[in-house]
Design a protein around this ligand. Structure first.
Ligand SMILES: Cc1cc2nc3c(=O)[nH]c(=O)nc-3n(C[C@H](O)[C@H](O)[C@H](O)COP(=O)(O)OP(=O)(O)OC[C@H]3O[C@@H](n4cnc5c(N)ncnc54)[C@H](O)[C@@H]3O)c2cc1C
Length: 467
């Protein structure tokens, strides 16, 4: 089998590589950079991505290294204006085991993804840019690191400036908002505690210093100074002292710094023949709401099992569903993050369910035509909720891995668990699980490898009994 060529080893490319590796699909993961990305920028891991990472075998180490978001403390100069939570912490439930956002600097998340990939026998080829490609009916010829490779498919996970997207001639529709710029950097400093996300909302623009969970560093967000693209540590010190009025707050080390320019753009196609776009290569937007990395990870998670299935003989049409399912999600994310920018400016930063990505659904799409809806509102295309079984196991443990899962809601567990043809069949006798799924006895739910309901159905007899 020819390998899948993945261009770009950010969070999107790494996730796809892990998913292919655990399915024994050959791939090459190349990155133009000579070394791993060193910045914290995408630091918010949303609840749905935590579930994805659990399935991929990454979550435990992410939880060990990451941590919760601290409260925000707002100041005017040295005066404390007040504290508030970014979001109200929610209790874990059987259905939603990870209800709260997790903070993990992007460099660490990527490093843990590389660690998991290495366990599966894979590695990033750094210093190996994709510099050209052509495609025909059977594959892709690509030049990587100066060598020609033949691949079954090419996935452009090569970020907002995507070479793959530009070479395909796919438009990046939307706008660049020149007036929205900010410095984002990682620093060591003295004079501030790590219990709060310290913010100075007034002045020449908001300045914030967020203690990065699992590190001794802070993420700085600051208005960019005029006349200089990236200030030095001394220049940043001036900015910070002017905004905070605190002579005791000393920046001691600058680890990474970049200048962010707001782009709100997305493609109108995720696929051209045997070439796909994923992550920032397909959609970019404001960091408000912490959606970008998460959306890229979930693009990859949607594409991985489909690529594997088609390479194993399923019809190519399955790959068409990638765009059909993920393009509307990106459009929603662009809208959401733009709304949050306005709301944050007017009301301060508060987050709720709208950013947790648990309600993303592929309902009505090509793999989930409109159909029966359960008493708790579940329908094909929705995320399959977790639940606790009588023997202590969780449904997510049954889902974990590259297979489909068929849940048969019955009364007897005499039927042994069965895995055949990539489908694991489990009889669910627990009434509590039936209640949370809102289904009568006799119902069947088919859970896709990416944890969404492929079907949820009830036999005619069971439907009659219920209703
Ligand atoms: C200030 C800020 C804060 C953010 N906060 C959040 C947040 O809290 N939560 C969140 O979800 N997101 C956040 N984001 C967004 C997040 O950082 C991005 O969405 C994420 O990095 C996208 O991942 P990616 O893998 O698609 O692309 P990237 O991370 O950009 O990775 C692309 C990779 O492709 C490589 N590459 C480029 N060209 C080539 C080529 N020709 N050949 C081979 N390799 C190539 C690059 O070297 C790079 O490693 C934030 C962004 C910013 C700027």
């Amino acid at each position: 089998m020819l390998p899948v060529l993945i261009a770009g080893a950010g969070p999107t490319g790494l996730t796809l590589a892990i998913d292919l590796a655990r399915r024994n699909i050959p791939f090459r993961l190349v990155d133009a950079a000579t070394e791993p990305f060193a910045g914290s920028r995408g630091k918010g891991i949303q609840p749905r991505t935590q579930e994805v990472f659990e399935d991929l075998g990454v979550l435990a180490r992410l939880l060990a290294h990451g941590g919760p978001y601290p409260q925000m403390r707002a100041y005017r100069g040295t005066e404390v204006l007040g504290d508030h939570r970014l979001f109200e912490p929610r209790e874990a439930t059987d259905a939603v085991p990870y209800p709260n956002g997790l903070m993990s600097p992007q460099w660490r998340t990527e490093s843990l993804l590389r660690e998991r990939l290495a366990e599966l026998g894979g590695a990033v080829e750094f210093g190996t840019p994709l510099t050209g490609f052509t495609q025909d009916a059977d594959g892709v010829n690509a030049t990587v690191g100066g060598h020609t490779v033949r691949a079954s498919y090419l996935v452009g996970a090569d970020g907002g400036r995507s070479f793959v997207r530009k070479t395909l001639g796919v438009d990046f529709l939307g706008e660049t908002i020149e007036t929205q710029q900010m410095l984002v950097g990682d620093l060591r400093l003295t004079g501030l505690d790590r219990d709060f996300w310290h913010a100075w909302p007034g002045g020449s623009g908001p300045l914030a210093l967020c203690p990065l969970a699992g590190t001794d560093t802070f993420q700085l967000i600051a208005p960019p100074p005029d006349g200089v693209e990236l200030p030095t540590l001394a220049g940043l010190q001036e900015l910070v002292t002017a905004a905070t009025g605190r002579a005791d707050l000393r920046l001691t080390e600058l680890i990474w710094l970049s200048r962010y320019r707001a782009n709100v753009r997305m493609v109108d196609r995720y696929r051209v023949g045997r070439v796909f776009l994923a992550g920032d290569a397909a959609h970019v937007h404001s960091p408000a709401g912490g959606q970008g990395l998460n959306t890229g990870v979930q693009d990859a998670y949607n594409l991985g099992w489909k690529l594997a299935a088609v390479l194993s003989g399923e019809p190519d049409e399955l790959l068409e569903t990638y765009q059909a399912e993920r393009l509307p999600v990106a459009a929603d994310v662009l809208g959401l993050s733009s709304r949050l920018v306005e709301r944050d400016a007017a009301e301060g930063i508060r987050r709720g369910k709208e950013t947790d990505q648990l309600d993303i659904s592929y309902r009505g799409g090509p793999l989930a035509p409109a159909g029966w809806q359960s008493a708790t509102g579940l329908a094909a295309g929705d995320r399959a909720p977790d639940a606790r079984l009588a023997d202590g196991r969780r449904l997510f443990e049954l889902f974990r891995g590259p297979h489909w899962t068929r849940l048969e809601f019955g009364t007897t567990s005499a039927t042994p668990e069965l895995t055949s043809q990539n489908v694991r069949t489990v009889v669910i006798t627990e009434e509590s699980v039936r209640a949370s799924y809102g289904v009568p006895e006799g119902a069947v739910a088919l859970v896709r490898p990416d944890g969404y309901l492929g079907a949820i159905e009830v036999s005619a007899r069971a439907a009659h009994t219920v209703g």
